[in-house]
Design a protein around this ligand. Sequence first.
Ligand SMILES: C[S@@+](CC[C@H](N)C(=O)[O-])C[C@H]1O[C@@H](n2cnc3c(N)ncnc32)[C@H](O)[C@@H]1O
Length: 258
Amino acid sequence: MMEEIIKHKFFWDLYASIYDENRRHEEYLRNTNLNILKTYFRPGQTLIEIGCGTGIEAKEMIKHGCKVVLTDVSFEMLKVAKTKVGSNAQVINLPAEYIDSFKIKFDGAYSSFGVINCMTNVSSFFQKLHSILKPGSLFIASFINRWYWGDFLFFLFGITNYLKKRLNGWGHITLNGKEYDVIARFYSLNDIKRFSKSYFVIKKVYALPFLLPPAYLKPQERLPEKLFKLLQKLENLINYRFPFNYLGERIIVIFERI
Ligand SMILES: C[S@@+](CC[C@H](N)C(=O)[O-])C[C@H]1O[C@@H](n2cnc3c(N)ncnc32)[C@H](O)[C@@H]1O
């Protein structure tokens, strides 16, 4: 376990300085995720963010009126996050695997854009997270889905070949086309239900996205604006409905602590 955590630490340290620029094409998904966070979390609540990266969401949640404690395994990511949140938030270098080190209980937690896919033991993470949250509080997580319907289509048309990785259930993480010796694991909604069921109930599930193309195809650069907006409208009508919410590129899950 420790070896994997250290590999992730080095990889994300390396990525930190170019992360924000590299993820700009994800903005349409980020906005959806942030809208959901702001819908479920109320101003005045004290939240913990797990795997905060460069602090993009923490900055917005602080603006929303929440107190946020930012945690991440990567010191370099936290350094960038600190430039965004300044003295408005606590920033702590802590792997998710040790999240139960906190002695206080939070009003809620969130973890966005695939932090769960970096973890070594997701069941154990849910158990530890449970111990630092107040009963009835929410945990909102977005993660890369194992069963994304678009991968079959893109494979068939020769557009991408991510299908093999997803079907394997894991793959090496790539950065600017280079594959690194760090692993991401892909989980289905049913996997996540199994890992979390003793500690959390699932309140709602959203695809991120189902109909809109995924961020790695840079749809805002490729599609006419009118078509993109139309797809976005349709996306909002179906992304929380079964079976679409099981089959998105990523999935956002709203958990309630038991
Ligand atoms: C894809 S980035 C997502 C960052 C941020 N949540 C966002 O929305 O942009 C994954 C983040 O998870 C962090 N991470 C990876 N493994 C971790 C672990 N075991 N514990 C805590 N953070 C971890 C990385 O350092 C990185 O900042």
